[in-house]
Write a protein that binds this ligand. Structure first.
Ligand code: FAD
Length: 163
């Protein structure tokens, strides 16, 4: 099972509807490929993790890399693991608008410039993605509408970490 972690910059700030469109289409595509993924966007910086068989992930990443909605893609990590760590959704994106997300050690990352700069650090990027993934799981569990929405998009592979 290959996991890829990358960051990129949006060419222009995308409205929620455009992010939701990427998420819905990606969910369908990723499920077909057997890929699971999680994406966050904060003030024009994207972080995404993709997991699946190496060929499928590689093909998908090549397609994402040529998407003109973002640029400055940087691969932050690539590792083989027997199991998925972000396997709950074929695709979902993190709810970073909750002020509680940005407490403790994440407080300094809320600033757009700081987030963009620190997103290049693989350890920080992974920590933010893990936190967003756990938050998304809580939101999905607590709000039936959102729960149905996100879970209706993709078949859960297993329970999200920490939820
Ligand atoms: P298409 O029919 O080719 O297009 C999908 C939709 O996206 C259409 O509404 C089209 O108008 C719109 N679109 C495509 N490219 C552009 C563009 N350059 N500018 C404006 N609108 C455009 N795809 C996945 O399948 N899985 C992922 O995990 C995934 N993650 C992504 C993460 C990021 C940060 C970004 C920016 C894109 C991601 N994508 C992902 C989208 C991917 O780059 C391709 O656009 C998509 O895979 C094409 O899918 P399709 O052939 O089904 O759709």
């Amino acid at each position: 099972m290959l996991t890829l972690l990358y960051r990129s910059d949006a060419v222009a700030l995308l409205p929620f509807s455009a992010l939701a469109d990427i998420c819905v289409r990606s969910s369908l595509n990723n499920r077909r490929l057997g890929v699971t993924g999680f994406l966050i966007e904060h003030e024009g910086t994207f972080l995404q993790v993709l997991e699946g068989e190496a060929d499928a992930v590689g093909t998908l990443f090549a397609r994402i890399s040529s998407d003109t909605r973002h640029r400055n893609l940087a691969m932050l990590g690539r590792w083989e693991r027997p199991e998925r760590s972000f396997g709950f959704w074929a695709m979902n994106f993190g709810p970073l608008d909750d002020p509680d997300f940005w407490d403790d050690e994440f407080a300094l990352l809320r600033d757009a410039q700081a987030f963009r700069r620190r997103s290049c650090d693989p350890e920080t990027a992974l920590a933010v993605l893990c936190r967003a993934y756990a938050f998304a799981g809580k939101v999905a569990g607590a709000d039936p509408v959102i729960g149905d929405f996100v879970m209706g998009l993709s078949r859960p592979v297993r329970q999200p970490v920490g939820v």
